[in-house]
Design a protein around this ligand. Sequence first.
Ligand code: NAP
Length: 327
Amino acid sequence: MPAQLLDGNAVAQKLLAATREKFAGLNRPPRLVAIRANDDAGSRWYAQAQAQHCAANNLEYTLDELGATATREQILAAIIRHNQDETVSAILLHLPLPPRSDYLELVAAIDPRKDAEGVHPVNLGKLLAIGKNDAAVVPCTAASAVQLAQEAGAWAGKKAVVVGRSAIVGKPATLLLLGLNATVTVAHSYSDVGGECRAADLIIAATGASGAAWNRYRAKFTQWQNGGGEKPLPPDLSPLIKKEMVKEGATVIDVGVNQIPRALDANGEPVKNAKGKPEMLYVGDVDFDAVKEIAGYITPPQGGVGPLTNAFLIRNTVAAAYRRVES
Ligand code: NAP
């Protein structure tokens, strides 16, 4: 029987309703400030989406555009200005950052009480110590992935694998699952991913592996076109998590977002559309069509982790505004 879909939009609506109820009575709308020091298309798209989500939930949103040439000092000055601004409830920093800007240094400069994404070392430390997302500001994507897993069932004593060990997704998801008393394995690029996943009742895939493989290939291909190195062989862009890696009835949460070409032509370049532009697709880390035939629960390619991640950003911002009123 095909897997049941875990509907991120529906869970997001529940979280937003609970947020409105819990934090009713603020005397002014919470205000989220996003600092952007790049001209990256993905970041621009993300900022537009943040603005829409804030507007839809009666939050103020300010995009502080510093430009791709901003210095470390200018970014730090912006953070300090927003830390001191009483009208700012929460702050986030868009990636990528300009060269010579240290992400860890910059997020550590954000007032931890205004940390919208739960990435400040103090908040990550609280998560390490407490392991629950009601007692700390938790990174939104990790919170979303684990919340969706909880929609599928309880995880105490069950085997979970988190594939990916980044500080903003894989590691916090691991800590949240430990907080739910799961037995957690963390897999990464040195792991036997298939072997670990086959034994798991729950798989959270957060790698971006095929997008990364495409980016590495494209860099080498461009280098070769410019006369450097050998022509690279076309990469394997198939999803990392395949049907044969999944135990029957397992729950599979796909966090990955990979931008890859629909296909490569005979020269190893993306096939183009009628307008002559490369045909690119957004895909996850999981081979959804095949895996849904064996999994018990699975996130859909659209409307899974993403919408709930946005809802957690709203929740974190509203909670930050509430803390300021209380303190
Ligand atoms: P990241 O910082 O690049 O980390 C990727 C992790 O995946 C690393 O730990 C890496 O292992 C591991 N990995 C890469 N290729 C692998 C492979 N072939 N086998 C096993 N492990 C592999 O990425 P991130 O920021 O955590 O994001 C992960 C994915 O989630 C990306 O696709 C990103 O776009 C997506 N994302 C989605 C949302 C959302 O709301 N839906 C939000 C944030 C991120 P090593 O540590 O060994 O290098």
